[in-house]
Ligand binder design. Structure first.
Ligand code: 5GP
Length: 185
């Protein structure tokens, strides 16, 4: 099967979701891979997941149906191979362990890493976006972000800094679009 795919990585709060939303608005021809998960649906998911039972997910694992999968906080998450559509550029938005698994199978797949200006700024964004998030979860996300920002650059072809403010977002978007288009064309 011929397919083109790319990975977009970045810690929670780096602005990856907004950048990808803009990219998809401008380029509806791209396909954004939809993950499977066994966790319960949430309002903010907005079509990000297909929900499965543990039995369904484990049967798909046994059938080799995933490009990658992982367990987070007791639930499975994974990218089904069927999300790689023939002749369509597929964007896989994923965390670092999933990206490493995909790289092993697709060594040439480009990886774009979105980074915040600093961990302090990331913390500010996370607290601003979800003011009621329990402190333990804030700290868990920050710990994870530190790891992603340390390991991510070793995996990434392109690192895109998403500065705070509208101008920073515009610059990050332009850089992402340029990098993606240079890969696609
Ligand atoms: P949430 O439940 O907050 O939406 O996601 C929890 C974690 O699962 C996040 O770190 C997110 O990046 C990760 N995740 C979401 N989809 C996938 C996927 O398809 N594969 C893997 N490996 N992780 C995923």
């Amino acid at each position: 099967m011929s397919s083109t795919a790319l990975i977009v990585l970045g810690p929670s709060g780096c602005g990856k979701g907004s950048l990808l939303r803009r990219l998809r608005e401008k380029h509806p021809e791209f396909h954004l891979a939809v993950s499977w998960t066994t966790r319960a649906p949430r309002d903010e998911d907005r079509g990000a997941y297909i929900y499965k039972t543990r039995e369904e997910f484990e049967s798909a694992i046994a059938g080799g149906e995933f490009l990658e999968y992982d367990e987070h906080y007791g639930d499975y998450y994974g990218t089904p191979r069927s999300e790689l559509l023939e002749g369509v550029t597929t964007i896989i938005e994923i965390e670092i362990k999933g990206a490493e698994q995909i790289r092993k199978q697709m060594p040439d797949i480009p990886v774009f890493l979105i980074t915040p200006p600093s961990i302090q700024e990331l913390e500010r964004r996370i607290r601003h976006r979800e003011p009621n998030l329990p402190e333990e979860k804030v700290q868990r996300r920050l710990e994870r972000a530190r790891m992603e920002l340390e390991v991510g650059p070793k995996l990434a072809n392109t690192v895109i800094l998403n500065e705070t403010g509208e101008e920073g977002f515009e610059q990050a978007y332009q850089q992402l679009e340029e990098a993606v288009m240079s890969f696609v064309s």
